[in-house]
Design a protein around this ligand. Structure first.
Ligand code: ADP
Length: 184
């Protein structure tokens, strides 16, 4: 029952790799970014709050995110495992996740490594609302400051695998699956 977290900067190819992984393991894909964008599209109260924050490349509050994730993880479909994408992004979120899952924990945290220049180019090419040069820079800054430290958090628990994110989608996927099998 794989309980997976995917880390890696914006533009590292997480979306593509997640789609392949959830298909391979037949587990739900839980993307906080997708859930927030759905709330924005529906025009819910949450969506209205989140839209400006997201467009600026800032982080939505831990409180809001934890509420969304806790509710999603309560669905019975997560009993067969899950892939968390875009979460956790801060130390506080990672600690809260550990508590939510206790006594079980995350089995594998996957890091996809891609240089900043490459991810910036990829994001500018895809052109989402929050893919302006300013918002991209802000997201990369926040990644360095808030999310990169989580690599240590998971490494200390011996569940971190880091894979090279350069190459074809299939190559990266093979690396990820091999890495997962090597530690779980
Ligand atoms: P990206 O990885 O390209 O930033 P995401 O889809 O993961 O894209 O997230 C888009 C935006 O949604 C983020 O910039 C942020 O504003 C918000 N967001 C998503 N997940 C979180 C989270 N775990 N904590 C705080 N904000 C989040």
């Amino acid at each position: 029952m794989p309980r997976l977290v995917i880390l890696g900067k914006q533009g590292a190819g997480k979306g593509t790799q997640c789609a392949l992984l959830v298909n391979h393991y037949d587990i739900p894909h839980i993307s906080t970014g997708d859930m927030l964008r759905a709330a924005v599209a529906e025009g819910t109260e949450l969506g209205l709050k989140a839209k400006q924050i997201m467009d600026a490349g800032d982080l939505v509050s831990d409180e809001i995110i934890l509420g969304i994730v806790e509710e999603r993880l309560a669905h019975p479909d997560t009993e067969k495992g899950f892939l968390l994408d875009g979460f956790p992004r801060t130390d506080m979120q990672a600690q809260a996740l550990t508590e939510m899952l206790a006594p079980a924990g995350i089995e594998v945290a996957i890091d996809i490594e891609v240089p900043d220049e490459v991810v910036t180019e990829r994001m500018l090419a895809r052109g989402r609302d929050d893919d302006t040069p300013e918002a991209i820079q802000r997201r990369l800054e926040l990644y360095r400051a808030e999310t990169a430290p989580l690599l240590n958090f998971y490494s200390e628990q011996n569940v971190l695998v880091s894979v090279d994110g350069l190459g074809s989608e299939e190559e990266v996927q093979d690396r990820i699956i091999h890495a997962i099998e090597s530690i779980s």
